[in-house]
Design a binder for this molecule. Structure first.
Ligand code: TXA
Ligand code: MG
Length: 351
């Protein structure tokens, strides 16, 4: 990487944006903040620039990229057809953390869509992201700025930790607002279906269109069911430590039992704790607090940073419990379940 710039005080720092935009136009990779997580940008309509993203992230070519735009009008050149629902949702949620999957136009290179005939579009709600997109004046392909399969970055230092030396630049906009990725909604078929739960909730979407379907029950590790969105790989969003997940009213007690069992086996245990579980979490070697069970937004904002912190503090096992499956809780539980691939065979109640 050749540079790291702080852009906390836009627009006075707009020279920085111009520099980043010029680098992108010349085919570089630049990481930037969005309202969800940090993205790793390259020109979306330039095949060789977009291809470099896959190399830097070690991302398989069958996993398509989200194309970011700064004006709704840019949609038309990128899609082949656009159901009315696309405009209604864009009017309601853009700029914001909703990604719409639509039939792609010929202008979108195949590498961006992983050879598929749909393109994922998003208009982010972050001053740095929007300033950058406007300065480049072209759509930017941008996956989360982490190595493939790992936790999405919610701070510039997370990007540095994984991609330093592989990218040309990084705009540091401080911690991101939601801390969870955008909701990916498939509008290429009817009824529309969520492919990845995220920062815009099912409840919010259904206020605009009641027929929208939730994401499908996800296949467990080892089940060879075809995946509709590669991001549905069960083992995505994984910290290095094993995640052990429990749910329901007895969750904290079950986790405490698991904590003791792991410690007896000589393991260093981390607890990704809700404030309500403070008493039990004190038994762990390291506890990191999210927020109250009633504040899913705060839990979401802290989730990835907390998982990274537990990893950094060298725990072998991370204990966590699910939130109620509603609102942002769905996206948080989705990420926890994927992180907990080791949960298979253990549901917190096997003794
Ligand atoms: O919040 C976000 O969406 C962040 C910021 C940077 O915008 N981006 C992000 O990108 O999370 P990424 O690549 O990490 O995740 C994109 C997800 C993946 O699960 C990918 O498989 C799916 O969107 N996706 C992309 N294009 C698709 C398409 N045409 N059809 C179905 N799924 C698609
Ligand atoms: Mg990602």
């Amino acid at each position: 990487m050749t540079w790291l710039r702080q852009v906390l005080n836009l627009p006075s720092d707009s020279a920085v944006i111009q520099e980043a935009a010029a680098a992108l136009r010349a085919g570089a990779l630049v990481a930037f903040p969005t309202e969800t997580v940090y993205g790793l940008a390259a020109l979306a309509l330039d095949e060789s620039a977009a291809a470099r993203i896959f190399v830097a992230k070690e991302r398989p070519l069958h996993d398509p990229l989200i194309v970011h735009i700064h004006e709704r009008g840019q949609m038309d050149a990128l899609v082949r057809e656009k159901p009315r629902l696309a405009d209604r949702l864009a009017a309601e949620f853009w700029p914001g953390p909703l990604t719409l999957v639509l039939p792609k136009s010929e202008r979108v290179p195949n590498i961006v869509t992983a050879g598929g005939d749909t393109v994922a579009l998003r208009l982010p709600d972050h001053p740095v992201a929007l300033a950058l997109l406007r300065a480049v004046a072209a759509p930017l392909a941008a996956p989360s700025a982490n190595r493939f399969g790992r936790i999405s970055p919610t701070r510039a230092e997370h990007v540095l930790a994984e991609l330093a030396g592989r990218i040309e630049g990084l705009l540091d906009g401080g911690p991101t607002g939601y801390g969870l990725e955008s909701t990916v909604l498939d509008l290429s078929k009817e009824p529309a279906r969520i492919l990845r739960p995220g920062a815009i909730t099912l409840e919010q979407l259904r206020r605009v269109e009641a027929s929208i379907l939730p994401d499908e029950a996800r296949p467990r590790v080892g089940e060879a069911k075809p995946l509709r969105s590669p991001g549905q790989l069960p083992a995505h969003y994984a910290p290095r430590a094993q995640v052990r997940l429990a749910s329901g009213p007895q969750a904290a007690i079950e986790l405490l039992r698991e904590c003791r069992r792991q410690q007896a086996a000589g393991q260093r245990v981390g607890w990704l704790a809700l404030t309500e579980d403070r008493a039990q979490a004190a038994a762990a070697d390291v506890s990191v607090f999210l927020a109250s069970v009633d504040d899913a937004a705060a839990c979401g904002r802290r989730l990835y940073h907390a998982l990274r912190e537990l990893d950094e503090r060298g725990v072998a096992v991370i204990l966590a419990r699910e939130l109620p499956d509603a609102g942002l809780g769905r996206a948080i539980n989705d990420r926890l379940r994927r992180a907990a691939k080791a949960r298979i065979g253990w549901h917190g109640d096997d003794d």
